[in-house]
Design a protein around this ligand. Structure first.
Ligand code: HSE
Length: 307
């Protein structure tokens, strides 16, 4: 059996508008790389990045702790983490580390777990940063492609995205609060009215149909959220302008990526993606905010780095 394994896991965008906590899409914009090595005992974390190195407060550390306990593994594990996904910008940064770690642990100890179990363990690690468990980002990062998360019991449905689906993600240069996801979950309504729920469900259904039919236009024009996006948009300077500009430049749909503050525009490979990126940058500039834009496409899930 191997004594060391390196796994690379992608960034992801959660919600896709109306699919709050249910939809996730793995995107090839950024990757985290995690190397697990068997040691004599304990859990140690090695990193050059600015993340907690106490396993109890570290996403990857918690995943290893939970998996060691569940499978009664006595060996120690060294976790080497190289962050590529920026933390706190709505691209599933902690989820990528958790996903890479769960997949690496499974391979290192030959557990041969199924997708739902890997997602569950990865989700247990995400608790370290988000404060609560939601599986949309981890599911996308573990399995790749588009995912629908059913809970109680956890059951993740994966759909292969259209090959011509493209996204432009605009990452604003902002100072984000340390527990950003917790903060941005605090502003969303606890109760919603039936009319809004009907609208969001119809659009969520449209998104699923769009992925099943491999139809970026249907995906894009269903990215409409009347519940969470309106409650969170004040946290993103220039959001409405970024959205308006991207749509004018030809984007099919635009929304907050996960809990923000990044904004994601959906499009297809035949569109002028550069024009959409520039339009989004100008939107942020109108609120005196600089941003980085990345043109990306759906990614496969966490995998052995050599493959
Ligand atoms: N669905 C989550 C949210 C994703 O929007 O709060 C954040 O990681």
């Amino acid at each position: 059996m191997v004594s060391k394994i390196t796994v690379k896991a992608p960034s992801s965008t959660a919600n896709l508008g109306p699919g709050f906590d249910v939809f996730g899409l793995a995107i090839d914009a950024f990757y985290d790389v995690v190397t697990l090595t068997k040691t004599k005992n304990g859990i140690t974390i090695v990193t050059n990045d600015d993340i907690p190195t106490n396993p109890e407060n570290n996403t990857a550390g918690l995943v290893v702790k939970n998996m060691k306990k569940k499978f009664r593994i006595k060996d120690g594990v060294e976790i080497k983490i190289k962050k590529g996904v920026p933390a706190g910008f709505g691209m599933g940064s902690s989820a990528a580390s958790a996903a890479a770690t769960a997949v690496a642990f499974d391979k290192l100890f030959g557990l041969k777990l199924d997708g739902n179990s890997l997602v569950e363990f990865a989700g247990s690690g995400e608790k370290a940063s988000a404060g609560s468990v939601h599986y949309d980002n981890v599911a996308a990062s573990v399995l790749g492609g588009f995912v629908i998360v059913k809970t109680n019991p956890l059951d993740v449905i994966r759909v292969e995205p259209p090959t011509n689906l493209r996204m432009c993600i605009a990452v604003p240069k902002l100072d984000v609060p340390k527990k950003k996801t917790k903060v941005s979950r605090g502003v969303i309504p606890k109760k919603i009215n039936l009319t809004d729920s009907v609208l969001n469900i119809s659009n969520a259904a449209g998104i699923v149909a769009g992925f099943m039919r491999k139809d970026p236009d249907l995906i894009g024009n269903s990215i409409k959220d009347v519940i969470v996006e309106p409650a969170r948009q004040h946290m993103i300077p220039g959001f409405l302008k970024v959205k308006e500009n991207a749509l004018k430049a030809g984007a099919l749909g635009v929304t907050i990526s996960g809990a923000g503050p990044s904004v994601i525009a959906f499009s297809k490979s035949s569109a002028n993606l550069k024009k959409i990126s520039i339009a989004m940058s100008k939107g942020f500039a109108s609120a005196n905010t600089k941003c980085q834009t990345v043109i990306c496409k759906p990614s496969k899930g966490a995998a052995d780095k050599r493959k």
